[in-house]
Design a protein around this ligand. Structure first.
Ligand code: PRT
Ligand code: ZN
Length: 283
């Protein structure tokens, strides 16, 4: 039995629950319970504020956790970053008032910067030998320059809309982040094996997200050209058709290149193309 810490509510909760569900692990939505037994896996789920997850995992209160990398980097606890989970993507960025005459690194000297990430930001400026006054504030960081609390900010950005709305301009990325699986260092053998099972399931799901399963009929003589277009799993599945000189080709294609590949396959004479959702891809 392992104990996994996840965010009780907030931006990561829904996608964390969905990832677990895809991995065959049923968790009940919070309901003000701190700990709950999961279904489908020997696991207990511990519902926490995201701020507390790195410490819980470092202390071994939870054996593993799912949390934004930004929180892990800021808290500085000793945990193992076991894998990236492909959701919750964002960046910790420096932003300045739009018309402040920002010129680059030299502009920062002696400035006041408001942030909820004083440790990550302190390291960033420290590495560059720049002296700034870091003001730690818990929330609404983006309004600090307008109310005269700071000259600039360092905050989480995803679309950039919040910065624009507050008359700010993003000028540098301090940290790239996404949701990660973290693990207690030095976990016992039995628990380690459970964590490895979890990683295998997550890995398969993440890899198959954004992939499509494509079936088509193709003139046999164009098969080699079609295969050259399609770096599939190991080799594509080719089945004979009743019609002489034709075969059925089954391949996995990434969503991002689906239409381009289909156009090229059509040029090779592909017909009856079916595109299906791919639930899981286990290597
Ligand atoms: O209650 P609890 O303490 O658990 O949650 P929280 O309020 O501290 O965090 P929450 O739920 O807001 O975010 C959880 C995690 O989601 C963060 O630690 C990040 O890893 C990740 N994440 C991804 C984000 C964003 N995208 C994001 N856009 N966290 C916050 N934001 C905020 C940001 O602070 C800013 O106010 O959204 C605004 C910017 O968004 P854009 O799209 O306008 O740029
Ligand atoms: Zn938080």
């Amino acid at each position: 039995m392992i104990r996994l810490a996840i965010q009780a509510k907030g931006r990561l909760n829904e996608e964390t629950t969905a990832l677990l569900a895809d991995a065959g692990i049923a968790v009940t939505a919070g309901k003000r319970k701190l700990v709950a037994r999961a279904g489908g896996f020997p696991m207990e789920v511990l519902y926490l504020r995201d701020d507390d997850i790195p410490q819980a995992v470092a202390m071994g209160v939870a054996d593993a956790g799912i949390v934004g990398w930004n929180e892990v980097a800021e808290r500085g606890y000793d945990v193992e970053r076991a894998m990236n989970l492909g959701f919750g993507a964002c960046r910790l960025s420096l932003a300045v008032p739009r018309d402040c005459g920002y010129t680059g690194d030299e502009w920062w000297q002696g400035r006041r910067v408001a942030t909820s990430y004083p440790n990550v930001l302190g390291r960033y400026f420290g590495e560059r030998g720049i002296d700034v006054e870091i003001h730690e504030i818990a929330g609404s960081v983006e309004i600090a320059p307008a109310v005269g609390m700071a000259d600039a900010i360092c905050d989480i950005v995803s679309s950039g809309g919040t910065l624009v709305q507050n008359g700010l301009r993003e000028v540098a990325t301090v940290l790239q982040s996404e949701a990660v699986l973290i693990v207690t260092p030095g976990l016992g053998e039995e628990k380690r094996a459970e964590v490895e099972k979890l990683k295998f399931r997550f890995g398969s799901i993440i890899e198959s997200r954004g992939m499509k399963y494509v079936l088509m009929n193709l003139p046999q003589e164009r098969l080699d050209e079609a295969i050259a277009l399609l770096p599939g799993m190991r080799s594509p599945t080719v089945l004979p058709l009743a019609a002489q000189g034709w075969c059925s080709l089954h391949v996995v294609i990434a969503e991002g290149e689906l239409w381009e590949k289909i156009e090229r396959l059509k040029q090779l004479g592909a017909e009856g193309i079916l595109v299906l959702a791919l639930e899981n891809m286990i290597r």
